[in-house]
Design a protein around this ligand. Structure first.
Ligand code: SAM
Length: 485
C-alpha cells in the first residue's frame, strides 16, 4: 500500500507522473472490491478536486474515503431514480471533511485530520453507514501483534467463533511438550543471537538439510519453497507413506475402512525453540512470532468470508498459521456425527504428515485442527484449486514428535495489495464417500477440479472447455493434507 506523504503536499510538488501512479493504485484497489474503472474514474476525479489533490485523505485506511464515495454515488443514483436528494447530504459530508483540513498561507493543505493508524471506528466508514454491514477493527481482540480487520460490503452474517492465536487441545489429543523430548544435539543450546548469521549452520538446520529454510529477510528460500510446491502439485514424484490402519479411511468408514491411499512425505521447517540459546529475534524463528502482515477478512462473492492482505507481499512471506482446537480423529468423527446437517465442522485439517511412519497409529496420536469454534484468521482462507497463491508447510517447533506440528501458510509468489489469499485444500471433489459433502467450488481457477460443477456449468456454456483441464489437474493432485468439508 502506498505510504501517505507526511507533509500533505499538493499535486504541484509531486514528480510529474506521481498522480498517475497513485490513480492507477487507487483503481487497482477498487478493482479488488469489484468496482470497475468506469465507476471509479469520475468519483476519484471529483474527490481529488474536493480535497485539493490531497492523496493522503483518499488513500488512508486502505482507500476507505474513495470506497465510501463510490458507494454513495451508487446510492445517489438509486435515490435520484427514487426521487430523493441524498446527493446533497453526500456533498455536505465531504465538504465538512474538507473544512477540517488545515491550510498554509498559499491555501495548500498542511495537515491531515485523520492520522495514520486511527482506529477504523473513528474514520469515515462504508460499513458504518448501514448497520446490516458488519465490521470489526480487530477480530483478534488484541491477541495478535498486528490488527486483523474485518470488512463486509454485501451484508454477510458476522462469523461466530472465538479468536485464539495459538492452538489448544480440546481433550484427548496427546500433545506432550517437554524439554526432555528434545535431545541436546537436536537443538542449539550453545548458540547466541541470530543463528542465521552463523558461518556453519547450527543443529536446528539439520531437518532442512543443513541449511536454514529462511533468508535473513524472513522469507522462505526459493529452493525450499519450490521443493514444497512440487510436493503438493506433483506428489506422484515424491515418497508416499502408507498406514496399515489409516485414520483418514477410518473416519470415512469405521467398520470397513479402505486401504490407505498414501500420505506424501512432506518437508518440514524446524524452528529454534526454548531449549536453544539464540534470541527471540533469531532468523530461524518466524512462525512462532505470529503474523506480521496487514491481513483483512472481507466478504467475497459466493464463498462467504475470505482473507486478503492490504499490502504487497513478496514471494516466500509467512502469512499465518492454521490455528484451531487440537482434536483426535475420533473426537472429530464424534463431533461430525453429533452436528446437524447445516452445522458441520467445515474447518478441520488433518495433521497427517507423520501418519504413515508408524504401522498402527494410536487414536490419541492421529490429530487434526478444528477451527470451527476456536481459530484464527486462517479459518477464513478460501480454497483455490491448483494455482492458489499460498502453500501450507509443516513446521516443527516445540516437539520433534511429528504427530503434532504447526501448519504455516507462505506466499507462493508476489502478492498484490487486496488480492485474495487462497490455498488448495486438497479436496477430492469426486470422493462421494467422504463423510462430509464438499462444497460447490467457486474458485475461478482454470484448473478447477470440481468437474461436476463444471459439467453443470458447461450445459449452460458449452464453450467452457475447462472441464478437460480439470480432469488432468485432478489426477495429479493427491493431497497430503485433507481438509474436511
Ligand atoms: C475454511 S472455510 C473458509 C472461510 C469461509 N468462506 C467463511 O465464510 O467462513 C471453508 C468454507 O468456505 C467456503 N469456501 C471456501 N473455498 C470455496 C470455494 N473455492 N468455493 C466455494 N466455497 C468456498 C465453503 O463453504 C467452505 O466450506
Amino acid at each position: 500500500m502506498t505510504t501517505p506523504q507526511k507533509d500533505s503536499k499538493t499535486s504541484d510538488s509531486r514528480p510529474p507522473n506521481s498522480n498517475e501512479t497513485k490513480a492507477r493504485e487507487a483503481v487497482s484497489a477498487m478493482k479488488g472490491l469489484g468496482v470497475s474503472l468506469e465507476v471509479v474514474k469520475p468519483v476519484l476525479k471529483k474527490l481529488l478536486k474536493l480535497y485539493d489533490w490531497n492523496w493522503e485523505l483518499i488513500e488512508e485506511d486502505n482507500y476507505r474515503t474513495l470506497a465510501d464515495a463510490i458507494f454513495e454515488s451508487i446510492d445517489d443514483r438509486k435515490s435520484v431514480a427514487e426521487g430523493s436528494t441524498s446527493s446533497d447530504m453526500t456533498a455536505v459530508r465531504h465538504k465538512k471533511r474538507r473544512q477540517n483540513i488545515q491550510v498554509n498561507d498559499n491555501m495548500e493543505p498542511i495537515a491531515r485530520v485523520t492520522r495514520p493508524g486511527v482506529p477504523l471506528e473513528n474514520s469515515s466508514s462504508l460499513v458504518q453507514r448501514n448497520s446490516k454491514f458488519h465490521k470489526d477493527n480487530d477480530i483478534s481482540r488484541g491477541t495478535e501483534k498486528v490488527r486483523i480487520s474485518l470488512i463486509d460490503e454485501i451484508g454477510l452474517e458476522p462469523p461466530k467463533f472465538v479468536y485464539i492465536p495459538q492452538s489448544i487441545t480440546y481433550q484427548e489429543a496427546f500433545v506432550p511438550f517437554s524439554l526432555a523430548r528434545i535431545s541436546d544435539d537436536s537443538c542449539c543450546l550453545r548458540c547466541k543471537g541470530d543463528c542465521l548469521s552463523l558461518r556453519v549452520p547450527c543443529a536446528c538446520s539439520r531437518e532442512t538439510g543443513g541449511e536454514f529454510a529462511y533468508t535473513p529477510k524472513g522469507l522462505l528460500k526459493d529452493e525450499f519453497l519450490s521443493a514444497c510446491i512440487s510436493m503438493v502439485l506433483e506428489p506422484q514424484n515424491h515418497h508416499f507413506f502408507y498406514c496399515q490402519d489409516c485414520p483418514l479411511e477410518k473416519a470415512k468408514n469405521v467398520l470397513n475402512p479402505e486401504p490407505c491411499k498414501g500420505h506424501v512425505l512432506r518437508k518440514f521447517i524446524k524452528e529454534c525453540w526454548r531449549k536453544c540459546g539464540c534470541t527471540m529475534d533469531c532468523g530461524n524463528r518466524v512462525v512462532q512470532r505470529g503474523p506480521t502482515c496487514k491481513l483483512q477478512v472481507f466478504s467475497t462473492e459466493g464463498k462467504g468470508w475470505g482473507v486478503r492482505s492490504v499490502e504487497y507481499l513478496p514471494k516466500g512471506s509467512f502469512i499465518c498459521e492454521y490455528i484451531g482446537e487440537i482434536l483426535t480423529n475420533t473426537e472429530l468423527y464424534d463431533r461430525n456425527k453429533q452436528s446437524r446437517k447445516n452445522e458441520r465442522h467445515t474447518y478441520p485439517v488433518y495433521l497427517d504428515a507423520d501418519w504413515g511412519s508408524e504401522q498402527v497409529l494410536k487414536d490419541e496420536e492421529a490429530l487434526c485442527l478444528d477451527a470451527t469454534n476456536f481459530g484464527n484468521v486462517a479459518r477464513f482462507i478460501n480454497h483455490r484449486c491448483f494455482d492458489s497463491n499460498l502453500i501450507e508447510i509443516p513446521v516443527e517447533i516445540e516437539t520433534p514428535d511429528h504427530h503434532y506440528y504447526h501448519i504455516a501458510f507462505f506466499t507462493k509468489r508476489d502478492i498484490d495489495p487486496n488480492e485474495e489469499l487462497t490455498w488448495d485444500y486438497g479436496i477430492d471433489f469426486a470422493d462421494v464417500d467422504h463423510p462430509i459433502k464438499a462444497f460447490e467450488c467457486q474458485c475461478g481457477s482454470p484448473y478447477c477440479r470440481d468437474v461436476k460443477r463444471k459439467v453443470t456449468a458447461g450445459r449452460t456454456n458449452k464453450k467452457d472447455s475447462r472441464a478437460r483441464v480439470t480432469t488432468s489437474a485432478s489426477s495429479s493432485r493427491e493431497p497430503s493434507y485433507k481438509q474436511v468439508h
